[in-house]
Design a protein around this ligand. Structure first.
Ligand SMILES: Nc1ncnc2c1ncn2[C@@H]1O[C@H](COP(=O)(O)OP(=O)(O)OP(=O)(O)O)[C@@H](O)[C@H]1O
Ligand SMILES: [Zn+2]
Length: 648
């Protein structure tokens, strides 16, 4: 919309400029016009008339033609009419109507007496009048004054600014965004619905006793649709929408930010009911630490403006931030931004809906299964998913495909989550082989461990920081509540990579490639023991590992570390048992990866069927997890990473 405003402004300036220039300098052109009269008339004769002749604009009505003939006859029979300008005009018009202008007597007379002929042209000389002062005055009037007028109108503090309608503070009035466009944030939408009711009919809302918060703070990670939601409120209520970013007020010059705040509120009040949206309000709304803040007066002014209008004045201020804890307390005090609406990252169903909405705008292939993609995109925001569909569409177009296929979406997903493929990376054959067994180890342990997520894909294509990876997909409703059994399975899978390296290449040949596996396993094991109450020795208490152990005694710390190590050792042993028992499959899988680089879960299963026949399909139930520390207690844990990465 800002772009449109700019165009409108440019158009207004151009029109105004032309009008002013025309007004001031039109007299100058009169002489020029006279000079060109002959030329103009000739071109009129040669061009326009011929065109009239050809075009449907020529009179074809027989009665009109008849009248024209009569006018010509009358004029030519009465020579005294030649001094009558109206009669001459009628005569010329009549000649044009019957296409006889060239034959008319008047034309030869005109050519002879007024326009001159090629052999005897008429000359006209214009003389520039006036002294130096007059010329200077004329230049001022013609060129400088119009520019000054325009600047006065358009500039800051100018007429448009005074009206509160300068480019900076023009609202967008045609927000096409609706609530239905914003997917996967139903709770936030429900909370914001009352604002729409209010804006649609403020009087009715307040007469029914409705009371609104003055300011609403949308809180959530980047790209979750906060701006979209604010826009959708304006779109649903069909009210003007003033959209600013906190950084717009963060100016180098003292006082400029504060003045912009003032101007914004002044402009909004004139358009009420309306919405002011300030994205990233933390840019000027941070805690007032004099050292950190460049211009505290911007925040002061903002608070003054917020306090300056009444709850029901019709201006709704919505702000967005990713870091609510950084905001100044004064800003979030009751009566100011006292309503927080959380806009979280989408869950698995939200991600599916968001992708579905963007996929509906491209040609989607028949093999596309968005529930699979949405299960594998935990942690991605709406903006990431929109981008993912875009990347997939570009890939499909590049490949000359007619529709976006599942493979394109998988490509885009990996690119966004893991970084671009490093196809040109030079990797030695030995390193490729090591990676193939490492990833094969993860995959095989996952396949043979009860509670582990199904293997979606294994690859040894280097990507971003990794040399390969095994992707596992959670079941549909598996994301928020992970059981102890599932966590233990994750630990086993983490160990699979290093164990495979050891078994195939020997302990002395292992690499640092398992570093991120160990990191992941250690932090999960620690959380199980210090946060989720999954260790009998530690009990149902929590301990803070984030403060360098200051809050726990050395003894407790040692017990925790021993427990963590035990868990990891058990996972290592489990992985070793699986990989030793299934070494034929491990070799087959690693060789297939070396050959094909990427295998899907289905391809891996098919491969095992080939290698082992039915034997591989039987779940190895005998693999009891020795020493499962507790009963299986369902616990809520922060989203663990489902990917098993390997650092390159
Ligand atoms: N929930 C959603 N539904 C549909 N599209 C979304 C959603 N969230 C984000 N998008 C897409 O991502 C783009 C960016 O979203 P938006 O600017 O609203 O996010 P934001 O939360 O305001 O981000 P930031 O905090 O970075 O300003 C949108 O234009 C839209 O294309
Ligand atoms: Zn690994």
């Amino acid at each position: 919309m800002k772009g449109v405003n700019k165009h409108i402004k440019t158009a207004i300036s151009v029109v105004l400029y032309i009008v002013i220039i025309a007004y001031f300098i039109a007299p100058d052109y009169t002489g020029e016009n006279l000079r060109n009269l002959r030329q103009g008339f000739e071109s009129y004769m040669g061009g326009n008339l011929t065109r009239v002749h050809d075009s449907e604009g020529v009179v074809t009505d027989p009665t009109l033609l008849k009248n024209a003939e009569a006018v010509i006859r009358l004029f030519e029979s009465q020579p005294e009419q030649r001094s009558n300008s109206t009669a001459v005009a009628d005569y010329v018009k009549a000649l044009v109507k019957v296409h006889r202008l060239q034959e008319g007597e008047l034309l030869s007379a005109l050519q002879r007496d007024v326009l001159g002929t090629a052999s005897a042209p008429i000359h006209m000389v214009t003389v520039e009048q006036g002294d130096f002062k007059t010329k200077l005055w004329r230049i001022f009037l013609n060129y400088i004054l119009p520019i000054l007028i325009l600047r006065a109108m358009m500039g800051k503090g100018g007429l448009l600014n005074a009206m509160g309608l300068s480019e900076e503070n023009q609202p967008s009035t045609e927000s096409g965004t609706k609530f239905s466009d914003v997917k996967g944030v139903d709770e936030a939408k429900a909370e914001l619905e009352e604002i729409v009711h209010y804006l649609r009919d403020p009087k009715r809302f307040t007469s029914l006793g409705g009371k609104l918060p003055k300011g609403i703070l949308l809180v959530g990670p980047p790209g979750t649709g906060k701006t979209m939601l604010a826009r959708a409120i304006a779109g649903e209520a069909e009210v003007p929408f003033f959209c600013k970013s906190g950084s717009d007020f963060d100016e180098m010059l003292v006082g400029v930010g504060a003045r912009r705040v003032k101007d914004l509120f002044a402009a909004a009040k004139k358009c009420a009911p309306c919405i002011i949206f300030i994205d990233e309000i933390d840019a000027f709304g941070k805690s007032r630490n004099p050292k950190e803040q460049k211009h505290p007066e911007t925040l002061y002014q903002f608070l003054v403006e917020l306090d300056g209008f009444k709850q029901n004045d019709g201006v709704i201020v919505i702000a967005a931030t990713n870091i609510p804890e950084s905001l100044d307390k004064a800003l979030i005090r009751p009566g100011r931004f006292d309503r927080n609406v959380v806009v979280p990252l989408p869950d698995v169903e939200g991600r599916r809906q968001i992708m579905e909405s963007y996929m509906s705008k491209v040609l989607s292939g028949g093999d596309v299964d968005l529930s699979i993609i949405s299960r594998g995109t935990s942690g991605l925001s709406g903006a990431d998913l929109a981008n993912m569909v875009n990347v997939a569409a570009i890939k499909a177009a590049k490949d000359g495909a007619k529709e976006v296929s599942m493979a394109d979406l998988e490509y885009a997903k990996d690119k966004i989550m893991m970084g671009s493929e490093r196809k040109s990376a030079v990797i030695s054959e030995k390193s490729r082989k090591l990676t193939a067994f490492h990833e094969g180890g993860h995959a095989l342990v996952a396949i043979h461990t009860d509670g582990a997520r199904p293997v979606h894909k294994a690859t040894i294509v280097p990507r971003g920081m990794t040399l390969g990876m095994v992707a596992q997909l959670p079941d549909k409703d598996d994301e928020t509540s992970v059981t102890c059994k599932q966590m233990l399975a994750m630990l086993d899978v983490c160990m699979g990579g290093r164990v495979a390296e050891e078994l195939i290449f020997g302990k002395s040949e292992v690499t640092a490639g398992a570093y991120s596996d160990f990191q992941q396993a250690t932090s999960l094991a620690r959380a199980m023991i210090t946060k989720y109450g999954m260790s009998e020795k530690i009990g149902l208490v929590t301990h803070n590992y984030g403060d360098d152990g200051k809050s726990m005694s050395t003894k407790t710390r040692l017990i925790i570390e021993k427990e963590v190590k035990d868990l990891l050792d058990r996972a290592y042993t489990n992985a070793k048992t699986i990989l030793t028992n299934h070494s034929i499959e491990l070799h087959a899988l690693a060789n297939a990866l070396l050959l094909k680089e990427t295998l899907t879960g289905a391809q891996i299963n098919a491969l095992f069927d080939q290698v082992d026949g039915k034997q591989m399909r039987v779940l190895n139930d005998s693999k009891n997890k020795n020493g499962t520390p507790n009963k299986r207690i369902p616990v809520s844990v922060p989203k663990p990473s489902f990917r098993v990465k390997r650092l390159g």
